[in-house]
Design a protein around this ligand. Structure first.
Ligand SMILES: NC(=O)c1ccc[n+]([C@@H]2O[C@H](COP(=O)([O-])OP(=O)(O)OC[C@H]3O[C@@H](n4cnc5c(N)ncnc54)[C@H](O)[C@@H]3O)[C@@H](O)[C@H]2O)c1
Length: 356
């Protein structure tokens, strides 16, 4: 088990990562605390005996419906009302046991209730282990806009234990790999590891190892820029187009759309002369090992919605993070119309390559 610390002006977050983290750290964290555990219906079913034995004796367990749709106002209010009814006090601790959805909404509830109670993240999906449980972003969606309501609220403790990966379906492994490949485009050492292990990306051994590297990269970035005014924006690589597709097409999950978004954004980066074609090709090859990238007929139309993404503060200018070379991401700002046209062009070229 390894340990990492994030020190920001507002708080300190300790991350424990690796085999045995749960067994070792959970008793230390729980001792003498009033807990309020938030989990989702699927995780509850899979890990009921663990929850009943290790968490339920210390406070209420609140179960939300599994899936992205739970990241809404009604569900948030449900958590807050249940916390009030359970008599959670200011010294109480919210435990977010689940994937990114549970982590985001339970984190938001923890930051709002009594103006903030303690928060412990126990991520159970690959995506939440490598990314969303670390860094203190919390959110719900509103009126179809993703993550538009939220706070920056660092968890006191994050316990990342690979034991949870054993029950993850292949699709969720794919989603996590989406964020991992994103880190590969941001960090040269992670990129090299990915290239060296490209035929064993989905093995638990590789995932355990790379999880720590991704968290370490994120921890370093968050410590330098907690509020995303500078370098933290780089963590959004793949997300501008990914979010636009996610809103428009919906059928796939967040991590899958990040991978697809990254593929399209690499096309833009090469077209604009920022990313060398060979480097882009190696990243695209990693992406297509994990997911089949659709050549969407109406890709340009889908991306017109990107102007409403909260990261594009100047509505008619789109911000895309692109890799300029290994470990060197850059922010590219381009007019919304040009961005949508390039996305459409990428899809058209893909259809031509497939002979459609
Ligand atoms: N806060 C951040 O910095 C940040 C970063 C990236 C993504 N996110 C958010 O994370 C969310 C996506 O997270 P996710 O991919 O973890 O989705 P998720 O939380 O919906 O989990 C995916 C599915 O896996 C199930 N599951 C969870 N753990 C399991 C396990 N161990 N075994 C079997 N099934 C399990 C869940 O019940 C769910 O059905 C999105 O809402 C995204 O916006 C947040």
């Amino acid at each position: 088990m390894k340990k990492l610390e994030i020190k920001t002006p507002s708080c300190e977050s300790i991350i424990y990562c690796g085999d045995g983290a749960l067994d070792k750290i959970l008793p230390e964290v729980l001792t003498g605390r009033q807990l309020f555990t938030v989990t989702d219906s699927r995780v509850y079913k899979l890990y009921k005996s663990f929850i009943d034995e290790k968490l339920a004796p210390f406070g209420q367990v609140h179960v939300i419906t599994a899936g992205e749709r739970s990241k809404n106002y009604t569900c948030l209010m449900g958590i807050l009302k249940a916390m009030l009814a359970a008599g959670v006090k200011r010294g109480g601790t919210v435990v977010a046991l689940g994937g990114g959805v549970v982590g985001d909404i339970a984190g938001l509830a923890a930051s709002l209730y009594m103006r903030g109670v303690h928060l412990v993240q126990i991520p159970t999906t690959l995506l939440s282990q490598v990314d969303s449980s670390v860094g203190g972003k919390t959110a719900i969606d509103l009126c179809g806009v993703k993550n538009i309501v939220g706070t920056f609220y660092q968890p006191e403790t994050v316990i990342v234990d690979p034991v949870f990966l054993k029950t993850l379906p292949a699709r969720e492994i794919r989603c996590g790999l989406g964020e991992i490949i994103k880190y590969g485009a941001l960090n040269k050492d992670i990129y090299i590891k990915l290239i060296e292990n490209q035929n064993s990306l989905k093995t638990i051994g590789f995932l355990k190892d790379i999880t720590y590297d991704c968290i370490a990269h994120k921890a370093d970035v968050v410590a330098r820029d907690e509020r995303e005014s500078g370098i933290r924006k780089t963590l959004n690589l793949g997300h501008t187009t990914g979010h636009a597709f996610e809103l428009y097409y919906r059928r796939k999950s967040h991590g899958e759309f990040v991978l697809i978004g990254m593929y399209y954004e690499l096309y833009i980066a090469v077209k604009k002369g920022i990313c060398p074609p060979e480097y882009a090709k190696s990243l695209k090859e990693l992406i297509i090992k994990v997911i089949e990238v659709p050549a969407y007929e109406d890709a340009a139309e889908a991306c017109r919605g990107a102007a409403y993404d909260k990261k594009n503060v100047k509505a008619q200018e789109i911000s895309v993070i692109v890799p300029a070379s290994a470990g060197e991401p850059e922010e590219l700002r381009l007019p919304a119309a040009e961005y949508a046209a390039l996305v459409g062009e990428c899809a058209r070229n893909m259809r031509l390559e497939k002979g459609e």
